[in-house]
Design a protein around this ligand. Structure first.
Ligand SMILES: Cc1ncc(COP(=O)(O)O)c(C=O)c1O
Length: 399
């Protein structure tokens, strides 16, 4: 995008505004397809990263499945034209009614993190007189390789079972008639930029999968989760996909079964920017603050996990100044960090890069802030894919 296109977008749709580039989504999908090709890996997009219908539709057209973690996500994917059989329903707290609704729509694969969750699958399947396929989620116990809030494969995480717990689960699962233990699921963290932990988790999962198969279960799906990181900060390096491809090829050589991956962030993260306007410049002995019209309500990642996004001005021809860049939300943690930027004036536009994943999807209406509009540029065509919230829509449901 050039400067005049950015100015035009801001004028037409207002700020803050999420802008996605379909070309980059396709490019990143291509990288993963190439990486998983030698092991015939199937991709189920983790739609929690960005659930916009237009984005889901483009994945559907590209033959990508969906990983959903709530009935709301399943329903959204159906709304984007997905069939139940193309949706994998994960989550550590699925209710009976969520599972029931999903089964009625043809969803067949569900993971489970607890025995009572497996019970729910059995009851619902029995009620509908159908078989369901259950994926046991295991913890590969990989030491923290990412922010603690994102490291979900460790001993104390609420997700999955420890290796030592699995014999008892297998004894239990053997007695079930409708929810068939047919796969293994591991997802050990997000925003991971090293190859080694992915391969360590794949080895762990492959071995455990074979052990469960030897116990007589009809094991079919090995789901290795997501977690593929993108370079956000200036210092980040990209994941080495060549090494990852070779590693998976070696670890999964001779594997019999479906291999599944659930990437979210990598597919959409770098394809989005958050276009925002400077609303105040406050300089003084307490610091030089640049206040944007976007904050933690549009991007909670810095406040939630200390994430750093690159922030750039659309005009570089000015004196560079150190700023603490903040949002307008009434929280001290509404802060994007310290940046050197050209001298800014009220009304200037800046871009928060790599905002395509976990930006809009984790957004909130805190401080009664309407959620921003979102646009997608796909095949040379610009479309408004989500309207800015109107204030009355925030009051809906109130009496
Ligand atoms: C079970 C599961 N699968 C896939 C993902 C997607 O992770 P990422 O966006 O890092 O690829 C997540 C993210 O939280 C997850 O919990």
């Amino acid at each position: 995008m050039n400067v005049s296109q950015i100015n035009e977008l801001a004028r037409r749709y207002g700020t803050p505004l999420f802008v996605y580039e379909g070309r980059k989504i396709k490019e990143h999908l291509g990288i993963l397809q190439k990486t998983f090709k030698p092991v015939k890996g199937e991709i189920f997009y983790a739609m929690k990263a960005n659930p916009r219908l237009a984005i889901l539709r483009s994945f559907r057209k590209a033959g990508v499945g969906i990983e959903a973690v709530s009935w709301g996500e399943v329903r959204t994917a159906l709304g984007a034209g997905y069939k139940g059989r193309d949706i994998l329903f994960n989550g550590n707290g699925k209710t009976e009614s969520e599972v029931d609704s999903a089964v009625q729509q043809g969803v067949e694969w569900f993971n489970f993190d607890a025995l009572d969750q497996l019970d729910i699958l059995e009851w619902v399947a029995k009620k509908h007189k159908r078989k369901l396929y259950a994926l046991l989620r295991a913890k590969p116990e990989i030491k923290s390789v990412t922010h603690p809030h994102l490291a979900v494969g460790e001993r104390g995480s609420k997700f999955g079972f420890l290796r030592g717990e699995i014999p008892e689960i297998l004894r239990y699962a053997k007695k079930l008639k409708y929810a068939l233990l047919s796969g293994l699921h591991t997802h050990f963290g997000s925003q991971i930029l090293n190859v080694a932990p992915f391969l360590q988790a794949a080895r762990f999962s492959r071995d455990l999968f074979e052990e469960i198969r030897q116990e007589g279960f009809p094991m079919e799906m090995l789901d290795l989760g997501g977690g593929f990181g993108i370079p956000y900060a200036e210092k980040d390096t990209s994941l080495d996909f060549k090494a990852l491809t070779e590693g998976y090829r070696e670890v999964l050589a001779g594997f019999r079964g479906r291999v599944v991956f659930e990437p979210g962030r990598f597919l959409v993260g770098s394809a989005g920017v958050l276009l925002t306007r400077v609303v105040s410049v406050k300089r003084g002995p307490g610091g030089d603050f640049l206040v944007l019209d976007a904050g933690m309500t549009e991007n909670i990642r810095p406040a939630l996990y200390g994430a750093r996004h690159r922030i750039v001005s659309i005009d570089d021809a000015r004196l560079m100044i150190d700023y603490t860049v903040v949002g307008p939300v009434c929280e001290n943690s509404d802060c994007f960090g310290n940046f050197k930027l050209p001298e800014m004036r009220r009304g200037d536009l800046v871009l928060i890069l790599d905002s395509g994943a976990y930006g809009s999807s984790m957004g909130s209406i805190y401080n009664s802030r309407p959620r921003p509009a979102e646009v997608l540029v796909l095949d040379g065509k610009l479309s408004l894919i989500r309207k800015r919230d109107s204030l009355p829509s925030l009051w809906m449901g109130e009496t």
